[in-house]
Design a protein around this ligand. Structure first.
Ligand code: PEP
Ligand code: CO
Length: 451
């Protein structure tokens, strides 16, 4: 028996259409995108509402300091890069970081990929001009192509379907990896294979893996049954930016009659689309998933409270996460007032730190990059502020890849201005490579221990 939608729910899901909506493409053919939306609405959901509820419960635990969220993946996923190897490397990187954090800080780690749907990007300008030629800006593979040609840059609604199918195959592989034995803690050593360069982060990982391995074998010898260690829970997330994608994938949960955005477990609203009178806040106020909002250095305490009123009026634990991305130089000045105001309100939120998006620079050699030291410093500042206020640092949101790219400056691999050219592959923002990601995890262990 399925429960019918609660009264007004279906109408409400389209209320955003009459509100100001930022960062959407201009589709060349409204009829075409309408047909694609209809098609998407008939395709199976990518995640199950019950899984989103389970994540909400866990996000609530993170908000109380009983768990810690690790959310990571590409700035922008690319269809052509949804290959088995790249997906496996990304999942392995997140699992390795999670092992380091769990072991080092004795906390359950909630693993969330910026994966299987992270295809739409907000841009500072609608167009890009090169050598006197102006074309639409690249808005992510779900909208248009990256090549600077009219054919590629013209928004194409069929890309919404490709995004759906690529997300489905990515999620399928993630589910196979994380439940099919690959992610078993009994194989913790193997996740480091292929990453064995001569590097302190790798030797430290080998040491942690060795200790975990010995502990598990000891317990098995004592007769313990480790069936639960064979699989891990891994959730999918992306920025809920493109409403022509999110709306058709929003479904009425047959158990409750309530709406869930079944394109991912966790959706967040970006710093550029969180206006209170806008379409994104309205739309996501009407779905039951756990929701994040990015807060940059210009966010005010009053805005944060108004977002709580809109997105979590009843103060349901785990429903709302604020992902702060202030920049290393500002976090210690701007974060305290925000946290104090929200804490005084009393409704719970989970606080996460995105140490990537406030720390962008352009290298002397012209690359859009970040400094690893700034990333680490913003995380440290985030922990310091929460420690001083007696509030809970609940998680980390990062852009990473499992490959050996050279996009972020520094780390023990000492990538410098010249080194960026070696393997700079990102289409949008620079990502931590595998080694830098592990290094960051070891640094966060120290911070979590002090917290
Ligand atoms: C992002 O997460 O890639 C992004 C665009 O972030 P923000 O909304 O924080 O600018
Ligand atoms: Co980004």
């Amino acid at each position: 028996m399925s429960v019918p939608p609660e009264p007004g729910v279906l109408e409400g899901l389209d209320a955003w259409r009459s509100l100001p909506v930022d960062q959407q493409p201009s589709w060349p053919d409204e009829g075409h995108v309408g047909r694609v939306r209809d098609r998407l609405a008939t395709l199976p959901p990518l995640v199950f509402a019950g899984e989103a509820d389970e994540l909400k419960t866990r996000m609530a635990a993170a908000g109380r300091g009983e768990a810690f969220v690790l959310q990571g993946g590409d700035c922008a996923e690319i269809f052509a890069e949804a290959t088995a190897d790249r997906i496996r490397h990304k999942v392995m990187t997140i699992l390795q970081m999670a092992v380091v954090l769990t072991y080092g800080a004795s906390l359950p780690i909630i693993k969330v990929g910026r994966m299987a749907g992270q295809y739409a990007k907000p841009r500072s300008s609608d167009t890009e001009t090169r050598d006197g030629v102006t074309l639409p800006a690249f808005r992510g593979d779900i909208v248009n192509g990256y090549e600077f040609t009219p054919a590629d840059r013209t928004p194409d609604p069929d890309r919404l379907l490709e995004a759906y199918h690529t997300s489905a195959s990515t999620l399928n592989l993630i589910r196979a990896f994380t439940t099919g034995g690959f992610a078993s803690l009994l194989r913790v050593h193997e996740w480091n294979r292929g990453f064995m360069a001569d590097n302190p982060a790798y030797s430290r990982y080998e040491q942690v893996a060795g200790e975990i391995d010995r502990a598990i074998r000891f317990m098995i010898a004592c007769g313990a049954d480790f069936e639960e260690l064979r699989s891990v829970d891994f959730y999918a997330s992306h920025e809920g930016l493109l409403l022509d994608y999110e709306r058709p994938l929003t479904r009425i949960d047959s158990r409750t009659g309530r709406a869930y955005d079944c394109s991912a477990h966790f959706l967040w609203i970006g710093d550029r689309t969180r206006r209170l009178d806008g379409a994104h806040v309205d739309f996501f106020s009407r779905v039951q998933n756990p929701i994040g909002v990015k807060l940059g250095p210009n966010a005010t305490g009053d805005e944060a409270l108004a977002l709580m009123d809109r997105l979590n009026p009843l103060g349901e634990p785990g429903r709302l996460t604020f992902v702060t991305r202030m920049g290393a130089g500002k976090v210690r000045d701007t974060l305290p007032a925000l946290v104090e105001k929200v804490t005084a309100d009393g409704r719970p939120v989970t606080w996460m730190c995105d140490p990537m998006h406030g720390n962008g620079i352009v290298s002397a050699t012209g690359y859009k990059t970040r400094r690893f030291v700034d990333v680490v410093d913003e995380v440290a500042g985030f922990f310091e502020v929460h420690r001083a206020l007696g509030t809970v640092p609940g998680g980390l949101h990062i852009e990473l890849t499992g490959d050996d790219v050279t996009e972020v400056l520094g780390g023990t691999g000492e990538i410098d201005d010249e080194g960026l050219a070696r393997r700079y592959e990102t289409r949008v923002d620079p990502r931590l490579n595998h080694q830098q990601s592990l290094e960051l995890a070891f640094q966060v262990v120290e911070l979590l221990r002090r917290a």
